[in-house]
Design a protein around this ligand. Structure first.
Ligand code: ACO
Length: 324
């Protein structure tokens, strides 16, 4: 039994933070951010709005599109690194508020690869007999961003995307998923404090160890390499060549990374989904947010082959191929 994406949904908070706004917060400029990252603006939560609030909006839209009732969901997998609280899993809050009374629920932590990791797990659950899996990527990156650090604060945004997986009855299906990790370079992108290694304290807060740290330039080079490798691996597994890709949905980190990967694959611009100009890097939410927009814009048609590729903290990298 194969799995199929029955419906997608997405949600981004209303509040827009532009590059001009950031110019007033740190020493940066609209032209630097645009040229170096491709980002014009990002969405940021209102005070009091948390990861589960975004996840629920996206999930409700995906359930509506899939015509699946919350009580028919067997399991909820929420990919996030910015859950409402360290305990319990934010997926449980989503399960309760959706009224998914039969569903098991847990969070998946794989940073920007979280959505593809969760999709891969959901695919296996369907293959092993489950009927409906709700896969969500939701992040409030603004909560772990140091708003005085220009190296990182211009990059991230908040948002959520979701898909409902069900049983495939025809050619539409998840064709493959490939997941990778290399913890040797776990300090490339990380939040040093606030966990069991360096528990929450005044010192953690004062020295900003509860915020994301990143070696951007090194990350950039590894991102291009791993996303290209992940895509080639996915294509090979399906007997495909780059020209067979109808739409490529890469993790929305930096437009220069996306262009470098697309060029190496020989993909023309219209085959590459890019929406980071409006949302920035939303980590685990980035691919499902872009996927839902591609569906809404009519860029994915029945029979199309959609390839997703991501890299992120861990380091993790991953791919998925879906026939629509
Ligand atoms: N405004 C102005 N200048 C800046 C800014 C800014 N916002 N940020 C950095 N600079 C400066 C630096 O201080 C540096 O100045 P210096 O030469 O005087 O030292 C200069 O710009 C160049 O810095 P670089 O780091 O070399 O710039 P680069 O071209 O590499 O761009 C960037 C930086 C945008 C971070 C890029 O490296 C990048 O996108 N990397 C990948 C990040 C990423 O994708 N992370 C994903 C992980 S997220 C996750 O997993 C949750």
């Amino acid at each position: 039994m194969n799995s199929v994406i029955l419906g997608t949904g997405a949600y981004a908070p209303d509040r827009v933070l532009t590059n001009a706004d950031l110019e007033r917060m740190v020493e940066t400029s609209d032209s630097w951010i645009l040229e170096r990252t491709g980002i014009r603006e990002r969405r940021i939560v209102q005070s009091g709005q948390a990861c589960s609030d975004l996840a629920i909006e996206a999930a409700n839209r995906a359930l509506l599109a899939a015509r699946v009732s919350p009580s028919d969901i067997d399991v909820i997998l929420l990919a996030t690194c910015t859950g409402d609280t360290p305990l319990p899993a934010t997926a449980c809050l989503v399960q309760h508020r959706l009224g998914a009374v039969r569903a098991a629920a847990c969070d998946i932590s794989a940073a920007c690869c979280g959505f593809i990791y969760a999709l891969a797990i959901g695919d296996v659950y369907i293959k092993s007999g489950m009927k409906h899996v709700l896969v969500i990527g939701a992040e409030v990156m603004s909560a772990i961003t140091d708003w005085t650090d220009r190296n990182t604060c211009v990059l991230f945004g908040d948002g959520a995307g979701a898909v409902v997986l069900g049983r495939s009855v025809d050619e539409s299906k998840v064709l493959s998923t490939h997941l990778h990790a290399n913890g040797r370079i776990s300090d490339l992108i990380y939040v040093p404090g606030g966990g069991s290694r360096d528990p929450a304290s005044d010192d953690v807060l004062q020295n900003k160890r509860c915020f994301i740290k990143m070696r951007g330039n090194e990350t950039f080079k590894i991102a291009v390499k791993t996303m290209e490798e992940a895509t080639h691996e996915a294509l090979k597994a399906n007997g495909m060549v780059p020209q067979d890709i109808d739409l490529f949905i890469p993790h929305q980190a930096n437009v220069r990374i996306l262009r470098a990967v697309s060029q190496r694959l020989g993909l023309s611009e219209e085959k590459v989904m890019i929406n980071l100009d409006r949302f920035g890097n939303t980590s685990a939410a980035s691919i499902p947010l872009a996927l839902d927009q591609a569906i809404q814009d009519g860029r994915i048609k029945r029979g199309n082959k959609v390839v997703m590729a991501a890299f992120g903290a861990g380091l993790t990298w991953a791919s998925a191929v879906v026939q629509w």
